[in-house]
Ligand binder design. Structure first.
Ligand SMILES: [Zn+2]
Length: 412
């Protein structure tokens, strides 16, 4: 395969330098206007390279068509343009280390940081590769600008070589994936794909089709508020009741830090308020529907038990569905997974399918009728200052994208 690494590095470093962080506390869609800076750039680049139907939807997604030249399913390729709100993403200064020597990598803007193959064994496999990372003060944003760079390079290549076999292909660049709001209800229809892939995974070989099933929970505790000087026998302090709920929930089991692999958890993410009213937010996760329901039931039982100790308080627990394990839909038709696995093997890449302890845009999309596994890009140590990626890993992901397009056209 042609060496696409110069283009991939150019695109990744340009895209990472653009701040497009999302914000979970914003009520708007997209959550931040800066994401539209990325979207307008992508729309202009897609138009310039000859893509068709280039649109920036009013929910902030960029869509485009690469026309097909063979029959076959319409295949969608997705990546998200937002970066994670968990770490500084302003003034990202991407750096390229050509021909990595296998040693420790230091960071010019934070001398205390170091990225070593001892701490990150995957790095040890990348000797001789060209690596990209930030300067120490920010994340890099390869999650998911790597996916964006891979798909933009694939689009440019396919449009420049109209004879390469491909069915109709659709591209979607979504905002707000990191805050769980990447898939608008109109996206499945607007995408118009029979199935799709997100390029939002890590290690070379990852072809993921199992995610958590996820609910959110909000517990509200209303106490009785009275001037403390006149409170005898009357005041009910919501803070004490909130503390009792947290104390009663499992702590040595069923938390993110005490579970692994296929175990789910109840995770308190946020608590705020005061003596008169407290709010606690939770996320509930499990790979199976009944396991998820059991976690919701446990939380409700704990709230009811604490409520029973203080009838003057009002405690409510509201559980809201977030996304579901995509395996439920994919296992009845594994075509997209099989196609990606065949394409990977054709490139000499051994497919690797591990359940994701999280969700992707594909979880929602699959549930909404567009089966959508997640594919590797190479991104590592995401959401923090040690984030890095190998250009040669991105090249492998690009190869996978092109091989999927080719096989989708030639196998039908
Ligand atoms: Zn991502």
């Amino acid at each position: 395969m042609e060496d696409f690494t110069p283009e991939l590095i150019d695109r990744l470093t340009r895209y990472c330098a653009i701040d497009s962080q999302s914000d979970a506390d914003s009520p708007t869609a997209p959550s931040t206007a800066i994401q539209l800076d990325m979207q307008r750039l992508l729309a202009a680049e897609l138009t310039a390279m000859g893509a068709q139907d280039v649109t920036l939807t009013d929910y902030g997604t960029v869509l485009a068509t690469i026309p097909g030249n063979r029959p076959g399913p319409v295949v969608g390729f997705l990546a998200h343009v937002d970066t994670a709100p968990q770490f500084n993403a302003t003034n990202v200064r991407p750096r390229v280390i050509k021909g990595y020597n296998g040693g420790a990598i230091t960071f010019p803007d934070d001398p205390a940081l170091s990225l070593t193959p001892e701490d990150f064994p995957y790095l040890a496999e990348k000797r001789g590769h060209d690596l990209i990372m930030a300067s120490g003060l920010t994340l890099l944003g390869a999650d998911d600008k790597a996916g964006v760079a891979i798909l933009m390079t694939a689009a440019r290549h396919l449009l420049a070589n109209p004879d390469l076999p491909r069915p109709g292909l659709r591209l979607a660049f979504t905002p707000d994936e990191e805050i769980g709001r990447g898939v608008d209800s109109r996206l499945p229809r607007d995408l118009g794909a029979d199935f799709a892939y997100t390029f939002d995974g890590g290690k070379v070989g990852e072809i993921e089709y199992e995610t958590f099933s996820a609910d959110g929970a909000l517990v509200t505790i209303k106490g009785v508020s009275i001037h403390p000087g006149y409170a005898t026998g009357k005041l009910v302090n919501a803070i004490h009741l909130a503390a009792r709920i947290i104390q009663t929930l499992p702590q040595a089991t069923l938390t993110p830090e005490t579970t692994a692999d296929r175990e789910g958890f109840i995770h308190a993410t946020d608590m705020n308020g005061g003596a008169s009213e407290m709010r606690i937010k939770f996320i509930l996760r499990d790979f199976e529907r009944d396991g998820l329901a059991a976690k919701g039931a446990l939380l409700q039982q704990v709230c009811a038990a604490v409520a029973a100790t203080e009838p003057r308080a009002e405690i409510t627990c509201t559980i809201t569905p977030q996304y579901r394990n995509m395996r439920y839909w994919l296992e009845s038709d594994m075509t997209p997974v099989d196609l990606a696995r065949e394409a990977a093997r054709s490139l000499g890449i051994e497919p690797l399918s591990v359940p994701i302890r999280g969700g992707t845009d594909g979880s929602r999309l699959t549930e909404m009728g567009v089966p959508c596994p997640n594919l590797f890009t190479g991104m590592q140590n995401i959401h923090g200052p040690l984030e890095w990626i190998s250009a040669q890993d991105m090249q492998a992901a690009l190869g996978l994208c092109l091989a999927i397009a080719d096989r989708a056209a030639t196998r039908s």
